[in-house]
Design a protein around this ligand. Structure first.
Ligand code: GLP
Length: 250
């Protein structure tokens, strides 16, 4: 894993935005996965601003969200689809056909997920994926204990999707902010680890001292299902972009 250190959070956000823009400029187009959350909001907004200042043809870029919240409409501001549109994709003028997302609400999540994976493959497979890190070591919604399966053989399978529980911190934030009662069942649907590891290139952006401990385990610890992101050690082209605070325990 290559490590790029930034001195401050501001540098981190700007550097991450510049990487996003440079990947969008890939000749011939690219299929690009994005993550939502506190880590990526500023980088999306800065990327939108960089694009506004210097627009280019993005008609060859397919964007998708690597995971999604289930149990709320996809227009809810906590839905990954809604967040990505608001933070970045609407500013870029991305057409609906070039933005794929996993379902927030579905009769058959797995069937819809399989179609989603097949469409990513049809468009050439995942060229670049931004993969956020959870405080418990999750990537996407692959929570600790998720079996690695064949995910270590990066690139040898298209992977799939899985339904998962949400970590309690995020669930509390969504419930409080939306005033949702306990009758509303929340969860997550995510690219599984094989699908994530199948991306040709991965960016793991991590900032802030709250993730310093888990980041040490991700980078220096054993590759273990207890820390799903540790599997990224085995990816042939994964870059960790982190600020000094996040790297303080390495
Ligand atoms: C969430 C999402 C991930 C996200 C990660 C980090 O639960 N499922 O896609 O990247 O956790 O979120 P944050 O940046 O807010 O810490």
């Amino acid at each position: 894993m290559k490590i790029v250190r930034t001195v401050s959070e501001e540098d981190f956000d700007r550097e991450a935005a510049k990487i996003l823009i440079s990947k969008m400029r890939t000749p011939g187009g690219i299929v690009m996965g994005l993550s939502t959350g506190r880590t990526t909001g500023a980088m999306h907004r800065i990327a939108a601003e960089l694009y506004r200042q210097d627009p280019f043809d993005i008609s060859g870029v397919t964007f998708f969200a690597i995971d999604e919240v289930t149990g709320i409409p996809d227009t809810n501001p906590w839905a990954c689809r809604a967040k990505l549109k608001y933070e970045l994709l609407d500013s870029l003028g991305v057409k609906d056909g070039n933005f794929l997302s996993l379902p927030c609400i579905s009769e058959d999540y797995i069937k819809d997920g399989e179609k989603f994976i097949a469409e990513l493959q049809r468009r050439g497979g995942i060229g670049f994926a931004v993969v956020g890190l959870g405080e418990n070591g999750h990537v996407g919604f692959n929570q600790p204990g998720t079996p690695f399966g064949n995910a270590a053989d990066a690139g040898n399978s298209a992977g799939g999707v899985l339904l998962s529980s949400m970590d309690s911190g995020l669930e509390d934030r969504i419930r409080t902010s939306c005033g949702l009662g306990s009758d509303v069942r929340l969860g997550g649907i995510t690219l599984d680890l094989a699908a994530i590891m199948g991306a040709k290139e991965i960016l793991l952006p991590v900032k802030g001292s709250a993730k310093a401990g888990i980041l040490r385990e991700v980078v220096n610890g054993p590759v273990t299902e207890n820390v799903p992101a540790s599997i990224l050690q085995l990816h042939p082209d994964c870059t960790l972009l982190a600020d000094s605070e996040a790297l303080s325990q390495l």
